[in-house]
Design a protein around this ligand. Structure first.
Ligand SMILES: Cc1cc2nc3c(=O)[nH]c(=O)nc-3n(C[C@H](O)[C@H](O)[C@H](O)COP(=O)(O)OP(=O)(O)OC[C@H]3O[C@@H](n4cnc5c(N)ncnc54)[C@H](O)[C@@H]3O)c2cc1C
Length: 455
């Protein structure tokens, strides 16, 4: 493939595409706003290790990742807990985000791509409704394809001609506003549950989000506070930190560093392509919408794109020629994410009393979760007990309002998945516009109904 391709943004979405396309012979240039050695968040996040194999990439060196920690969910009243069983060793890992960026950069450079750091690309060059390049520090650079991997609030996506029907900005309800900070540990204290390092409080302080306070492998306390739909004020952060401190004595007042950052928690964009342009990763909202996990989802999306254009030997990057990759992506991932998007919108609004009850041991237990999550090969998987799951249904009967909430969530989620799976198989502006409206309306309607119920 002897084509000139610009990848804007050096996150994992952009880099998986950059590596694969450069390996296939394309002249790839990556433009990254941050400086060399500073790309990626200064912390660890969790992924499934198999994603590297899925994307046909070598496994990173041991210094990039550690085993994923043990987790426990805590109810809003902080009385109930549910332990998340740890899968077999290194099935789930926590890569260091900056080292992961370096891993991708090394592979891309080895494949022949050029990386330009300190380049904040703000403008697409568009001629006759086709993206033909970008404006760089050195002036206009022409490209056969521009891959937008700049994130959910992409400034490039906003500039596309209306006819492609590419959503310009996400809504507030599609964003999880996070405050992540690292504190020193109070000497001589132990975590909330001594055998579990990571604690996630659901609906923390009755907000539509979570809070965590974890002891990391370096002995620092990792704090995350999340809210849907509105950024944090400083007062709110202090209030929620005080609550975490009261529960978890490890959290001191000595701040090491902190950052406020938005996460995309919505189903994948309806259409990510225009002539000469494709959005990948968070730019196309390719995250698992429950928690905003986009490392793995963005890597899968980018690999699906690159593998498709290489296999079909695409020479002319029109929206029409690239579209089938997105149909494949929707079949493999997008339709499932549509379901999870609706589940998330309901679940984060569950009344605290339901979650308190569900985690009080009267509904699901640590053993139920172990039975669901552990594989047959794992000796820790409990034996099936008769009525294990019918007992759950039976308990729901005694909580009819919770049962209704769950049934409504399941019904709307399955409907969303069905609409998503009817993505037009061939590119037609008319058909895609019609389908995109229906798909986006599902989310808008779910939000509107949920807000109405809250009042
Ligand atoms: C607190 C927190 C916890 C998270 N936890 C997890 C987790 O456990 N698991 C998981 O899978 N995901 C997690 N995520 C989400 C994950 O970080 C993102 O979904 C993922 O990084 C998106 O990848 P990306 O390649 O699309 O973009 P990004 O990783 O956001 O990369 C975009 C890149 O583009 C660059 N850029 C932006 N604008 C420009 C521009 N104009 N010009 C040039 N360069 C530009 C940026 O500097 C950046 O390097 C978490 C996110 C946060 C904030």
């Amino acid at each position: 493939m002897n084509k000139k391709i610009a990848v804007v943004g050096m996150g994992q979405g952009g880099m998986v595409a950059a590596i694969k396309l450069a390996q296939a012979g394309a002249q790839v240039t990556v433009y990254e706003r941050d400086l060399e050695g500073k790309v990626g968040y200064p912390w660890r996040d969790d992924i499934t290790a198999s994603v590297f194999k899925d994307c046909n990439l070598p496994f990173p060196d041991k210094d990039v990742y550690v085993q994923k920690a043990t987790w426990v969910f805590v109810s809003p009243d902080e009385k109930g807990t549910l332990r998340v069983p740890q899968l077999l060793p290194f099935v789930e890992i926590s890569p260091n985000r900056q080292k992961l960026s370096q891993y991708f950069a090394n592979l891309a450079t080895e494949a022949g791509a050029v990386i330009k750091y300190g380049e904040n690309i703000q403008k697409l060059v568009i001629e006759n409704d086709r993206v033909v390049g970008i404006e760089t520090k050195d002036g206009i650079e022409k490209y056969d394809l521009v891959i937008d991997a700049t994130g959910m609030y992409s400034k490039l996506r906003e500039q596309l001609p209306e006819k492609y029907c590419v959503q310009k900005t996400p809504s507030n309800q599609d964003t999880m506003y996070a405050y992540r900070a690292f504190y020193e540990k109070n000497e001589g204290t132990e975590t909330f549950l001594p055998d579990v390092s990571n604690t996630m409080i659901l609906r923390h302080m009755d907000n539509d989000g979570i809070g965590w306070c974890n002891l990391n492998e370096e002995g620092k306390v990792d704090v995350l506070l999340c809210n849907i739909s509105r950024p944090f004020t400083d007062e709110e952060i202090e209030e929620r930190l005080a609550d975490l401190r009261a529960m978890n004595p490890i959290l001191s007042e000595k701040l090491i560093y902190s950052r406020k950052v938005p996460l995309s928690v919505r189903a994948s964009i309806a259409t990510p392509v225009a002539d000469g342009y494709v959005a990948l990763g968070d730019s196309a909202f390719m995250t698992i919408p429950i928690m905003g996990s986009g490392i793995e989802a963005g890597m899968h999306g980018a690999a699906t794109f690159a593998d498709y254009v290489i296999a079909k030997d695409i020479q002319d990057f029109t929206a029409e020629n690239m579209w089938p990759f997105y149909v494949e992506y929707f079949e493999k991932f997008g339709k499932g994410f549509a379901l999870l998007d609706i589940v998330r919108r309901h679940a984060l609004r569950f009344k605290a009393k339901y979650i308190n009850w569900a985690l009080s041991g009267k509904f699901v237990t640590d053993d139920t979760l172990k039975f669901i999550m552990l594989t047959k090969e794992d000796p820790r998987k409990p034996k099936y007990k008769p009525f294990m799951f019918s007992a759950i249904l039976w308990k729901l009967i005694f909580y009819p309002s919770f049962m209704c909430t769950i049934l409504r969530m399941a019904g709307e989620g399955i409907h969303a998945m069905s609409v998503a799976s009817h993505i037009p198989s061939k590119y037609s502006e008319k058909k895609i516009t019609k389908w995109a409206k229906k798909y986006d309306n599902l989310i808008a309607k779910c939000e509107a109904k949920a807000e109405k119920r809250k009042k």
